[in-house]
Design a binder for this molecule. Structure first.
Ligand SMILES: *Cc1c(COP(=O)(O)O)cnc(C)c1O
Length: 408
């Protein structure tokens, strides 16, 4: 079904065998999956994609699962690419698009990575999985583990959005709420995994989530008829989306399916947690731990991404940039996107909307280039955050009937 050749350390290039369980490389870096793309190039055509399933598994030949029954799918991927004409006019961007991953199972793009990771865990005989998560990865893991009949152990900050907590409990996962950040949750998973027999599905500590997420890059290419856009704005926490899309573009070039310039990759963060923006501005190769990280965009609350060097490399090689906005700007932009386009985005995706006017003003974006805002999640998962924008205490703004006739 696929042509997986081996796994490779993202830093040293050291090779590892496919078909075995892996976490980080011996040198402590994420592993990347490599395929025999030359062989695939001979035996697979982009013209066949139309007939493939309407999920991310349409790209199965470049995904790591070797036996089709291993696939655990809830219909993830092939999400809409929507032209944002009215918003674009307001912002002075004439070719603006929103890729809406909020419609995925469990309401975020995390479904892509976890569908792939759980499918591989199933193929390799895993029965118990564990994850530290800022929120949505936990929900997605819990859902796919439930669908696969696996035991899921979840560690998340006590103040995660309520939706994430309720979802995980409903999916039957074992949930531990931690007084701390995702980095503290990760330490707990690492300390207990071996003794408890859990396979650690932490961001980039297992090689297959990134493979699921790279399908975002394949879909963008397909939805634009194999012509890549000028720029992609991506809300960056662990950065797996950027790393994955960059890998997708490399593979698509090797397959001969796309040519020409790759998109400018723009990493969007929030002022309450902006380690990648700081590293980008400092010209550094790695990020520094961001102290006291705090933001309503819970998916962006990653104080020190493990794959920071890969994110920074993709952003720089692409001629992109990194930028932060405030939580208030993100929520306001989320309301603007919703009212202009009918898309209710997570604050993470909304942060990208807020970045557009700044990037147009600085010249990092051109008014007429094709710009894609990657919305990673559904606004409905963040009712606490958006509630601050819409108070409804008795006698408040929303209670006034204005000129309406009162029914008797
Ligand atoms: C996890 C998450 C992010 C960050 O994703 P990365 O690819 O790890 O940077 C962004 N938005 C939402 C909604 C998330 O859940």
């Amino acid at each position: 079904m696929n042509t997986i050749s081996h796994l490779e350390c993202s830093h040293t290039g050291e090779r590892y065998a496919a078909g075995e369980l892996h976490n980080l490389s011996k040198a402590g870096f994420p592993l990347l999956v490599r395929y025999d793309l030359e062989k695939l190039r001979q035996g697979w055509s982009r013209d066949w994609i139309n007939n493939a399933p309407a999920t991310m598994w349409r790209y199965a030949p470049v995904l790591p699962v070797t036996k089709p029954p291993s696939i655990v799918s809830l219909g993830e991927g092939m999400t809409p690419m929507i032209r944002a004409k009215r918003l674009g006019e307001q912002m002075g961007a004439s070719n603006l698009w929103v890729k809406d991953d909020g419609v995925n199972p469990t309401g975020s793009f995390k479904a892509r990575g976890l569908s792939c990771a759980i499918s591989m865990a199933k193929e390799l005989g895993v029965t118990k999985v564990a994850i530290p998560s800022a929120g949505n990865a936990a929900s997605a893991l819990a859902a796919y583990a439930a669908a696969a009949g696996m035991e899921a152990h979840i560690f998340m900050p006590r103040d995660v959005p309520q939706a994430n907590f309720i979802e995980c409990k409903s999916f039957g996962a074992h949930v531990t709420l931690v007084d701390g950040l995702i980095s503290d949750c990760a330490k707990l998973v690492a300390a207990n995994a071996a003794r408890e027999g859990w396979f650690d599905i932490s961001t980039l500590k297992e090689p297959y989530r990134i493979e699921g997420k790279k399908t975002m890059g394949y879909e963008i290419a397909e939805q634009f008829h194999w012509m890549l856009p000028g720029a992609i704005l991506y809300p960056t926490g662990g950065g797996v989306g950027i790393i994955g899309m960059w890998k997708a573009f490399e593979e698509l070039e090797a397959l001969g399916w796309v040519t020409g310039k790759r998109p400018k990759m723009i990493a969007v963060q929030v002022e309450g947690c902006m380690p990648v923006v700081r590293a980008f501005q400092a010209g550094a190769e790695r990020s520094e731990f961001f102290e006291n990280a705090s933001t309503v965009a819970s998916g962006l609350r990653v104080p020190k991404p493990l794959g920071d060097f890969l994110i920074l490399r993709a952003v720089r090689e692409s001629g992109g940039t990194a930028i932060a906005v405030s939580d208030a700007e993100a929520l306001r932009a989320g309301m603007q996107l919703a009212s202009q386009e009918g898309i209710f985005a997570a604050p993470e995706g909304a942060a990208c909307v807020a970045a557009i006017p700044k990037l147009l003003a600085s010249g990092a974006l051109e008014p007429d280039e094709k710009i894609v805002i990657y919305n990673t999640g559904a606004g409905l998962k963040y009712l606490e955050a958006y509630s601050t924008r819409y108070p409804r205490e008795a006698g408040g703004e929303s209670d006034k009937l204005g000129g309406l006739v009162t029914p008797r």
